[in-house]
Design a protein around this ligand. Structure first.
Ligand SMILES: Nc1nc2c(c(CN[C@H]3C=C[C@H](O)[C@@H]3O)cn2[C@@H]2O[C@H](COP(=O)(O)O)[C@@H](O)[C@H]2O)c(=O)[nH]1
Length: 365
């Protein structure tokens, strides 16, 4: 038995002693992501957290979120996000977060991949949302799981059409995106009557259980890696799926989760960049030179794991600093993360990127 497969009885005893109860389906209610992030932070040499920078950033983030009235409502206020509080929005969010990865481009400027929709050109995450909305407008059922597994319907050529660019650029990892859709469609058909609602209902309104269930049943959500010989979990797209549901439904109906505070920051490539810009994250000189030279970092490289793990831990420290300033328990890592992503995009739009984001090509984020 490898060291990863601890004795189930020992695990259950540990869970009970730590107050981590499992659901009746044996699913733990906590994900272990935050603990893994702290472990990575305590063993990182290329990435560190500046405590003074974190305190200064906490003041800025807290005042800005208050000033903007940042809340779950903000999610639906984004022009391209769906507004209906029904199954269509659930299916839309699941499809987005199946494919919510790796939009960055080696091609800079106007020639990069972008989607033309509603008279505008959308890049990055918004290119994904725009492409899906455009497909639905064209009566392509791209958010319907049964459509994903019928190879006559969803071919590579059809998906390339759905993600057609207004430039010669192409969406990165198109084949991997098709694989994610087909795999998820098969798992949903086999275990959940092809229904994403059934998937959500089996987590009994527990965010931690839903994240664990996605990681257990869907390999393309299983964002787990090795660091210093230890398995570590980030589960970024599984977590942001639950977070997007919670925000889109304002914590009610399909978005009702009793433990949304269980979710951590979503370890992507945009939020680490703004955390560095705000003086929260510090990179070693070799790593900073590597990132500024726009050089690739391979998936699973220790520096990539440090960037992702330290970002999760940094947002946890930010959250604790903010709570010292206000007892408003409404401020959780999800809203702080969403705010940081939106702030990063504002800075990018204003041409104020102090440091590039790191460049790792993978399906995990
Ligand atoms: N940690 C975190 N990562 C996020 C988001 C979002 C969008 N969330 C929307 C929903 C609510 C918020 O208010 C946002 O409006 C995308 N990403 C990730 O960033 C990368 C895309 O970057 P770029 O190519 O520049 O668009 C890619 O890895 C993608 O997975 C977030 O919120 N948090």
């Amino acid at each position: 038995m490898s060291d990863d497969e601890a004795d189930p009885e020992l695990l259950e005893m540990l869970r009970k002693s730590l107050g981590i109860s499992s659901g009746e389906d044996g699913l733990a209610r906590t994900t272990g992501v935050l603990e893994d992030a702290e472990y990575i932070y305590n063993n990182s040499i290329d990435v560190a957290i500046d405590m003074r920078g974190t305190q200064a950033a906490a003041s800025l983030v807290h005042s800005q979120m208050l000033e903007r009235g940042y809340s779950t409502q903000t999610w639906s206020e984004h022009e391209l996000h769906p507004k209906s509080k029904d199954e269509r929005t659930v299916n839309f969010i699941f499809t987005v977060d199946l494919l919510n990865f790796s939009f960055w481009s080696e091609i800079s400027g106007d020639e990069r991949f972008c989607v033309e929709y509603r008279g505008r050109r959308w890049t990055g995450y918004w290119s994904l949302v725009a492409a899906l909305q455009r497909a639905l407008d064209e009566d392509i059922p791209i958010t319907t799981p049964s459509f994903w597994i019928d190879s006559k319907d969803l071919t590579q050529a059809r998906l390339r059409h759905i993600f057609r660019s207004a430039t010669d650029g192409q969406i990165p990892l198109l084949v991997e995106r098709l694989d994610c859709l087909q795999e998820a469609g098969r798992v949903l058909e086999a275990n959940y009557d092809s229904s994403i609602l059934s998937l959500i209902e089996s987590a009994n309104k527990t965010a931690g259980s839903l994240v664990n269930l996605l990681a257990r049943d869907f390999p393309c959500f299983r964002d787990e890696h090795r660091f210093e010989g230890k398995k570590v979990r980030f589960l970024k797209r599984a977590q942001i799926f639950v977070a997007d549901l919670w925000a889109a439904f304002n914590g009610e109906g399909y978005g009702e989760f009793m433990d949304i505070h269980e979710l951590t920051m979503f370890a992507d490539y945009r939020v680490p960049q703004i955390l560095h810009t705000l003086g929260v994250l510090i990179y070693s000189p070799p790593l900073e030179n590597h990132i500024r030279a726009l050089r690739l970092i391979e998936p699973g490289d220790s520096r990539e794991v440090q960037l992702r793990g330290c970002s999760i831990w940094a947002v946890e420290l930010l959250r604790r600093e903010i709570l010292k300033r206000c007892s408003d328990m409404g401020v959780n890592s999800v809203l702080i993360d969403f705010f940081l992503y939106d702030l990063a995009k504002e800075r990018e739009k204003e041409g104020m990127e102090a440091v590039p984001h790191h460049r790792t090509r993978s399906i995990w984020y």
